[in-house]
Design a protein around this ligand. Sequence first.
Ligand code: PAF
Length: 289
Amino acid sequence: MEVVSDIASVRALRRHYGDATLGFVPTMGYLHEGHLELVRRARRENDRVAVSIFVNPTQFGPTEDLSRYPRDLERDLALLRGEGVDFVFAPGDGVIYPPDFQSSALVRGVTQPLEGARRPTHFEGVTTVVAKLFNIVRPTRAYFGQKDAQQVVVVRQMARDLNFDLDVIVCPTVREPDGLAMSSRNKYLEGDQRRAATVLNRALRAAERLWNEDTRDSEALRAAMRDTLAAEPLARVDYVSAADPQTLAEYEGAIPAGAGVLLSMAVFIGRTRLIDNFNLAGAAEQPGE
Ligand code: PAF
């Protein structure tokens, strides 16, 4: 496995691979099973596999956790060696954002609700770095986790709008045995907080039960999530949502017959902000990814 930190070396590797298909997994490191599942799928579906490790400063707001975001490059590299990755691109901040950097990739509509409403600069940071990584690595397929449901919608929109010549592949959320979605930020949870964090999954399951009993009242789905969250004293709700999975527009009243729903939420457990979602298919669709 090669580990490179400059753009010229990535381009040389890509040239060397010629027509081989390249699967790409962009990450911010501190890898867990969720990332490794993306890598394994990329390994199965492509001749070559590349992973990037870059904690992207532009997607963190001024009061967010950039400085304490967990990092362990050596451990990450050891895990990736075990998965048969061909190369890792681990650039420094100055490689991605040189001093005279002045551009960005901006997606409008689908970045506005949900995470975008609470973290106004977040998605511009994500799309800018992902566009740069796509241009540097030039993958055949890029792999993202459903855990970041809105990110997936936003990246797909950008890839379509800006004609990136690649497929965006979405893989299911990987969970701990007790239902907690895997996230690098779970490391922040201390003592009772780890147990309390399972309330996100329980809230989503409460709404899913209603959905499976044919409840299509979006307010009833949101109320089921809110009620479950309210029963956990360590949880502070940022938002709960029942939205159109494609447009991310919040449903009001009855969900149209046959349509699916993206149930999602952001919840503080102590100082740690966790997100999770279920993408539930309607009768007219295939099950959500
Ligand atoms: O999902 C992430 O880890 C990040 O948002 C990504 C896609 C690597 C961009 O920094």
